[in-house]
Design a protein around this ligand. Structure first.
Ligand SMILES: Cc1cc2nc3c(=O)[nH]c(=O)nc-3n(C[C@H](O)[C@H](O)[C@H](O)COP(=O)(O)OP(=O)(O)OC[C@H]3O[C@@H](n4cnc5c(N)ncnc54)[C@H](O)[C@@H]3O)c2cc1C
Length: 459
């Protein structure tokens, strides 16, 4: 342990900013993957960009490895400390700095929880459309660093599409301020992209300029029932044609998912359906209060009459909307019942989805006592799968089976959660050796001493 460095950091950061290992508690020992929790040497909680710069400058000079922590809702071990690492938590770097209504932007500090960003946008009459189940705990900096997706990617894109400018601190402490507010700016390299989706390996995000959107005047939600995945894909095409850009969510739940969630959380009730049917939660946003609902219902009636779906239940109240979303977000409520399972967030082109799902379900049958939860943001080609036998010993073989199949179909081993530690050894299924080598060279250039999130992402 480098006691001289720790003393220097303690005296600069003070009581609120420096927690010694023994005082920090279990919160900082692991992200939500829960894999290999470990106590960091100390937890640093900077309250300004200058303090982040001081910390990284000092750690760079001493060769001290640092792990960056946002809300720690990540699912691939990126924020979990490794041996002899110091944690740099962004939780005190939180708050909304500005809302610019004419430019439709919001400037925020990176440790601000996503839900606070959404609420501040709504209070100002706007919409910040990034949304995911962990909204109450995850931070905007974590969302940017993982290029988070979520429920409305089909309409608004992933986190990358919602960030106009960034401030980040390089591993040697240099502050890079690219706090651009403009939609169009081709003056040289778009440097913010170095820090979006690179999971804290190239720099620490400290502030961001986010894009806001006009708040939709109407929101219509329905739960559709489809007999099989072919019909679900037909429904997606049908709605894209008929609702156009208004379609803001298309979330699919297989029977294995619905039964598991409702079996463990009795308060969540599924709509009536035939055994084996898939549920599709759809949402449409519009700007015509007089006619949007009528149009939405008539499109769904056409889908039923045209044999695209079997049934559709349109939410008639805010409570019914929330109930539909509770089923989809229910995965967050059953985490304690899923032991030693492998969690996947994979993607393939929508046209390959049927082959992927049936191939995976077949391949996983070799594991006795296998349970599965299949669901996903299917409009984005993104499938979530939780698969386990309850036996830790089977986990590795389940990962190998699924990722080999995804690789063979030229899909992605991570649609949205990132690579972290957990998926590092599977990156080659989705990236060529030349691509991985370029990642290594970028890392080496920006972090020559390898102190920032070492060992994450790049094999
Ligand atoms: C119930 C549930 C539902 C979820 N649903 C989704 C979903 O729909 N879509 C989705 O994409 N993800 C989802 N996730 C995963 C997770 O919420 C996201 O990855 C989220 O973006 C992580 O944010 P965080 O602040 O918790 O980051 P953390 O877990 O703290 O960190 C994630 C990674 O980013 C790095 N990092 C964090 N903050 C910074 C920063 N300021 N600068 C540089 N690096 C940083 C960390 O080192 C780590 O590598 C879900 C998780 C849960 C538990």
């Amino acid at each position: 342990m480098n006691t001289e460095l720790l003393e220097k950091l303690r005296s600069r950061l003070g009581g609120k900013g420096f927690l010694a290992a023994g005082d920090a508690g279990p919160r900082y020992e692991s992200d939500m993957s829960g894999n290999n929790p470990l106590s960091p040497l100390a937890v640093l909680r900077p309250g300004s960009t200058e303090e982040v710069s001081f910390i990284l400058g000092a750690c760079h000079a001493s060769g001290q490895p640092v792990v960056v922590q946002g809300g720690l809702t990540g699912l691939c071990g990126g924020g979990t400390p490794l041996r002899d690492e110091i944690s740099l938590s962004l939780e005190r770097l939180s708050g909304i700095e500005e809302i610019d209504p004419q430019s439709m932007t919001m400037t925020v500090l990176s440790g601000t929880p996503l839900e606070k960003v959404q609420e501040a946008a709504a209070q100002a009459g706007f919409r910040f459309p990034l949304d995911l189940g962990a909204r109450g705990s995850c931070t905007i900096g974590g969302n940017i660093s993982t290029n988070a997706g979520g429920n409305e990617v089909i309409r608004y894109g992933m986190a990358r599409a919602l960030v106009l400018g960034l401030e980040a601190v390089l591993p040697d402490g240099t502050v890079i301020s690219s706090m651009n507010k403009m939609l169009k700016n081709n003056a040289g390299f778009d440097l913010k992209q170095l820090f979006i989706g690179t999971e804290g390996t190239l720099g620490v995000v400290t502030r961001a300029v986010l894009r806001l959107f006009p708040a939709p005047l109407t929101r219509s939600t329905a739960m559709c029932v489809a007999t099989d995945l072919g019909k679900v894909i037909g429904l997606l095409q049908f709605l894209q044609e008929r609702l156009g850009a208004g379609l803001s969510a298309f979330e699919v739940m297989w029977p294995d998912y619905v039964e598991f969630i409702t079996g463990h959380v009795p308060a969540i009730r599924p709509p009536d359906r035939r055994p084996g049917a898939l549920l599709v939660l759809i949402e449409n946003e519009g700007s015509q209060p007089g006619s949007d609902t009528v149009r939405f219902e008539s499109v769904l009636a056409d889908a039923m009459n045209g044999d695209v779906i079997e049934d559709a239940i349109v939410a008639k109240s805010e409570k019914e909307m929330e109930d539909f979303w509770r089923l989809r977000d229910g995965i967050g409520d059953v985490r304690n019942h899923i032991l030693n399972a492998a969690h996947f967030d994979i993607s393939v082109p929508v046209s390959s989805m049927q082959a992927l799902v049936s191939g995976l379900h077949d391949a996983l049958q070799v594991f006795p006592d296998m349970y599965r939860l299949t669901f996903g943001h299917l409009g984005d080609g993104n499938l979530h799968l939780v698969a386990g036998t309850g036996r830790a010993a089977d986990q590795g073989a389940i990962f190998d089976t699924v990722y080999a199949r995804v690789g063979a179909m030229r899909g992605s081993v991570s649609a949205e959660h990132g690579i972290g530690m957990v998926k590092r050894k599977y990156l080659h299924h989705s990236r060529s050796e030349a691509e991985i080598e370029l990642m290594r060279r970028l890392k080496q250039t920006l972090d020559p001493r390898g102190i920032l999130n070492p060992g994450r992402v790049i094999p």
